[in-house]
Every structure is written in structure tokens, then in C-alpha cells.
Design a protein around this ligand. Structure first.
Ligand code: VG1
Ligand code: CO
Length: 544
């Protein structure tokens, strides 16, 4: 076998975004585009030499070919051992689990998460470090610098791997193992949750569940755990076969895109519990019969009920939520007498808090929840957590949520996304609001008064690093908020995200329609940010 050195030139757009490099598939299909970035990762991580690397992806178009390329480049760069998910498939949480279990020095995960796949869709690549989590900014910056100065990469001239059969081969001095990531992941879940109790609930025959894998990566994991190990009836998992184009869908588990599931849950005689996950399996949506649980509420409810779950019976060390996520979890943390940390958007900011044992549960409003069992958010984990709570409390999802609101109050919450807005106009809008920040406090809007207004800046409590300009917060006297920021994960134009939160302690007012409960905040945002004129849109693209 020989190693080839291939001359190449840098691409100027290879700056890693929120969770790695995420671009249109056709951008990735350009000659040497993927190769450059993979070589940049390996050059920036010399400690991978002779050590273990985990490789896999969410199964989208280009996944298999990209895995073959990565394995050959990693072999040529003297990586000691490569663990590849069977079929080239690894969900993001399963990759995190493998890195931790086998003490790998890193992992390369191929995914554009919830963005559509296929030749006209999106593709992505991200690097996770030895703790199993997304690389910190210092690492992604180093990768970017390598990508910008690259002049060649090395690749082993080896035949393609048989990705579909468990086994070990050797390329150059690298051992390559095709592994069953489903088994490893399922074992981890068995240690956290009361599988016997959940199985009994399914055996009772009076509990029905539907899980929509959206033709994305979670299908094989969900079928094994829910249908085989927990005896949920066959057919509980729908759209369970991963497809290269996710069946033409948008593998984003929310009320807009998981329509098949939502229709069934809100239809006549729907199941008792519904859930869905995204392209790479790290997000989750939780539904009851005719009932939607916001991700922010879900985090708070998991925290309030964690003592019912074996893996968390000893109690929680702390909770962390991203800044735009509602403060519902803060109230639970208060009641439990533990700290609640507020971080910038993106899972990487939870890594230090988890590694330092400061928090046990983490969550984001964008359908992401997770814990110290991994360093990524974990869709199926959240679903099993809910199942464990349902099997213990023997109440409906709606009853559990309503009781929670009665005790802690309700944080009405919604996010409005304006997608593919002209980037210059979107930046202009944010600048326009930034310029008003100093003058907003004390101002009255209908019956609300602005208490504080700022651009969120975060000082990491562990390493004291500062991350600034993470989103505009306009906070009112009663704690209600408007948050505005631009997405870091979009692949065309800019995506403007507006987040609205209205705290309502009075149980007599817990039955309002969410958009109605937030209506005055929505019009205040329009007044301050001139969204219609500045985006040239009459309404958001997606409301969740
Ligand atoms: C979005 C979400 C954020 C999430 C990120 C990655 O980022 O808002 O909460 O961490 O996607 O999720 P942004 O910058 O577009 O708002 V995923 O499922 O890629 O791993
Ligand atoms: Co995802």
C-alpha cells in the first residue's frame, strides 16, 4: 500500500461554524473540499497520531463516500485505530458515547443535523474532542488556520472498506474496526433508566407510543431500544429506515416539520406519547395526546422529576440552559437549591460545566436536552427519560406538565425564525437594535417596562474565557423577555431568530394560546426592530 501526497489549495469559506463546517452538498462535492478540511483537522490535532479516532455520520447523501475518504486520510496521517459505525452510521450522541467508552482522542461526525440532505441539500463535518463533545473555539480556530494554509494532503491508496460488516482490517499501520454503535449506546441507556418498569408499561397494553425517526439516523437505535428491548409494539417507530435524502423531508423535530407525527398525536384516538428526533439524533420533540411540550418546559420537568430515574436518583449537581431557552428550569433549580447556568447557544458551552461536575442536566430551546452521561445533546435519551417518568408517575403527559405549571408558573414561549433573509439586511436589523440598547431601560411599552437590555456576554465559570455578542436580550420588569440573534448554522443567507417568553404565575391564565399570550411582546419586537420592513417579510418562515 502507498501513501499519496496530493497538492491542493485552500478554500476561503472553510470557517467552522457553530458545530463544525456546514455547507450545501454541492459545495462539499468540489474537488478536495472535504479532503482539505479533514487534513486540517488531523494537522491541528497531532495527538491523534497512534491514538483512536471515531468516524461516522447521519447517513445523508455523501456520508458513505466521505467515510471512505476520511479513513484513508486518517490512515495516511498515522492515526492508530479508527472506530467506524456500521454502514458509516453514527448518531451524534452515539459518537460521543463511543469516544468516551473507548477513550478515543477525537471523533469526526458527518452531519448537517436538522438541515435537509441530498445533492441539493446540506452536508456537514464536525470534530469532537476527547471528552466526546464539540470542539471548543480554540480547537476549531486552529483547524480553520490549518485549512487556510493547506498546500497538500496525504491519503492511503487503499481499497474501499466493507462498511456493512462488523470486523477489523488494517490500512498502513492503522487498525480499522467496524463497530455496532447501537449496542454500545443501548447499554449506556440501560444503566440510566429503569427498563423493567418501562417494559411493564408497554406490556400493560393501555399505553401507546409513536416515535418518528424522520428517516434519519435514530431509526436503528429507536427500533432496537423501544421495540426490541422495551417491547413497545412493532410499528411504534415510524420512518425508521435512514435514507440519504431523509425521504425528501426536513429532519427537524418540531411542530412544522414532524407533520405526520403531529397529525396523529392531535387526531382522534391518538397515542399517549409521541416523540421525534432530528437528522443526527441529538434533538427531541416530546408530545402527549393532543399536547405539545416546549423544549424549555421539558428541561424543567426532567429536572423536577430526575429523582424518579435510577441514573439521577442521587440528585442533580446543577442545571445549564442556553440564554434563549426559557427560565422554567431556573425555577426548578431554585426549588432544588442548585445552580442554574446561562450559556451562549450551542452545546459546546456546556462541555466545561459538565467536565467540572458543575451540572448534570443541560438544555436548549431548540429541542436539545442532555446530561453528564455524554457531551452532546441526546434525543433518544430524553425520550427514555420521559418514558421512565411516565411509567413511574402513571399520569398523562398533559397532567404532568399542568401540575408543573401550577407549582412553578408557566413560561409561555415561542421562537420565530426568518430564514434565508439577505445577510446584509439581517445584520442591519441587529445593528439597528444594538444602537438602541442603552436607551431602552425604563421605557414603557403598553403595560410593560424594560428593566435591562444588553448583548449577551458569557464568562465561562471554569476557564474564565469570555464570549461576547451572543444575542440581544430585552428583559422586562416581570422577567418576560425578547431575545434576538442570527443563526450560526444556516447555509444560505441569514436566519434571524426571535425568542419570546412571558412568565405567567396565575393558574387561571395557563390555558391561553401561546401566540396570544405572547402577542404584546411580538408587537414590541416589531416596534423596536422594524422586522417587516427590514427583512421584507410579512411573517416568520417557521414558528415553534
Ligand atoms: C441551532 C440552535 C442551537 C443548536 C444548534 C446546533 O443553532 O439554535 O440551539 O445548538 O442549532 O444544533 P443556530 O445558531 O442556528 O441558532 V444541531 O441539532 O446541529 O446539532
Ligand atoms: Co442535530
Amino acid at each position: 500500500m502507498t501513501i499519496r501526497t496530493v497538492p491542493t489549495t485552500p478554500y476561503t469559506d472553510q470557517k467552522p461554524g457553530t458545530s463544525g463546517l456546514r455547507k450545501k452538498t454541492r459545495v462539499f462535492a468540489q474537488p478536495n473540499y472535504l479532503e482539505n478540511f479533514v487534513q486540517a483537522i488531523l494537522s491541528a490535532q497531532p495527538e491523534l497520531r497512534d491514538e483512536t479516532l471515531v468516524v461516522g455520520g447521519d447517513g445523508r447523501y455523501l456520508n458513505r463516500a466521505a467515510v471512505q475518504t476520511i479513513v484513508k486520510i486518517a490512515s495516511a496521517n498515522s492515526v492508530g485505530r479508527i472506530l467506524v459505525g456500521r454502514g458509516g452510521i453514527l448518531s451524534t450522541p452515539a459518537a460521543s458515547a463511543l469516544i468516551r467508552k473507548f477513550k478515543a482522542r477525537g471523533g469526526i461526525v458527518l452531519s448537517a443535523s436538522h438541515n435537509p440532505g441530498g445533492p441539493e441539500g446540506d452536508f456537514g463535518i464536525k470534530f469532537n474532542t476527547a471528552n466526546g463533545g464539540p470542539a471548543a473555539e480554540s480547537v476549531t480556530d486552529a483547524i480553520y488556520r490549518k485549512a487556510m494554509e493547506i498546500s497538500s494532503y496525504v491519503i492511503a491508496d487503499a481499497p474501499d472498506l466493507d462498511l456493512d460488516n462488523i470486523g477489523t482490517t488494517t490500512v498502513e499501520n492503522t487498525r480499522i474496526e467496524i463497530v455496532d454503535s447501537v449496542e454500545n449506546y443501548a447499554t449506556l441507556m440501560q444503566h440510566l433508566f429503569d427498563f423493567d418498569r418501562i417494559r411493564m408499561m408497554f406490556h400493560s397494553g393501555s399505553f401507546r407510543m409513536r416515535f418518528d425517526a424522520m428517516h434519519a439516523v435514530t431509526g436503528p437505535y429507536a427500533r432496537e431500544i423501544l421495540e426490541r428491548q422495551l417491547d413497545a409494539s412493532l410499528g411504534t417507530v415510524i420512518n425508521g429506515v435512514p435514507l440519504e435524502d431523509f425521504g425528501g423531508g426536513h429532519p427537524d423535530p418540531n411542530l412544522a416539520y414532524a407533520k405526520e407525527l403531529v397529525d396523529e398525536m392531535f387526531g382522534a384516538n391518538g397515542p399517549d406519547f409521541g416523540a421525534a428526533s432530528d437528522g443526527d439524533g441529538d434533538r427531541n420533540m416530546i408530545l402527549g395526546k393532543r399536547f405539545f411540550v416546549t423544549p424549555s418546559d421539558s428541561l424543567a420537568i426532567l429536572a423536577a422529576n430526575a429523582h424518579l430515574v435510577p441514573g439521577y436518583r442521587q440528585g442533580l449537581k446543577g442545571i445549564a440552559r442556553s440564554m434563549p431557552t426559557s427560565a422554567a428550569a431556573d425555577r426548578v433549580a431554585d426549588a432544588l437549591g442548585i445552580e442554574c447556568y446561562e450559556t451562549p447557544t450551542g452545546w459546546k458551552y456546556f462541555g466545561n460545566l459538565l467536565d467540572a461536575n458543575k451540572v448534570t442536566l443541560c438544555g436548549e430551546e431548540s429541542f436539545g436536552t442532555g446530561s453528564d452521561h455524554l457531551r452532546e445533546k441526546d434525543g433518544l435519551w430524553a425520550v427514555l427519560f420521559w418514558l421512565n417518568i411516565l411509567a413511574t408517575r402513571k399520569q398523562s403527559v398533559e397532567t404532568i406538565v399542568r401540575e408543573h405549571w401550577r407549582r412553578y408558573g408557566r413560561n409561555y414561549y415561542s421562537r420565530h425564525d426568518y430564514e434565508e433573509v439577505d445577510a446584509e439586511r439581517a445584520n442591519g436589523l441587529i445593528e439597528h437594535v444594538r444602537s438602541q440598547l442603552a436607551s431602552l431601560p425604563g421605557k414603557h411599552f403598553s403595560n410593560r417596562t424594560v428593566a435591562t437590555a444588553d448583548d449577551f456576554s458569557y464568562t465561562d465559570p471554569v476557564d474564565q474565557s469570555i464570549t461576547s455578542r451572543q444575542g440581544i436580550r430585552i428583559i422586562f420588569a416581570d422577567g418576560s423577555r425578547i431575545v434576538m440573534r442570527l443563526s450560526g448554522t444556516g447555509t444560505s443567507g441569514a436566519t434571524l431568530r426571535l425568542y419570546f417568553e412571558n412568565y405567567e404565575p396565575d393558574p387561571a391564565r395557563h390555558d391561553l394560546d401561546t401566540q396570544v399570550a405572547l402577542a404584546d411582546l411580538i408587537s414590541i419586537a416589531e416596534h423596536i426592530a422594524e422586522i417587516r420592513v427590514r427583512t421584507d417579510r410579512n411573517e416568520p418562515t417557521v414558528i415553534t
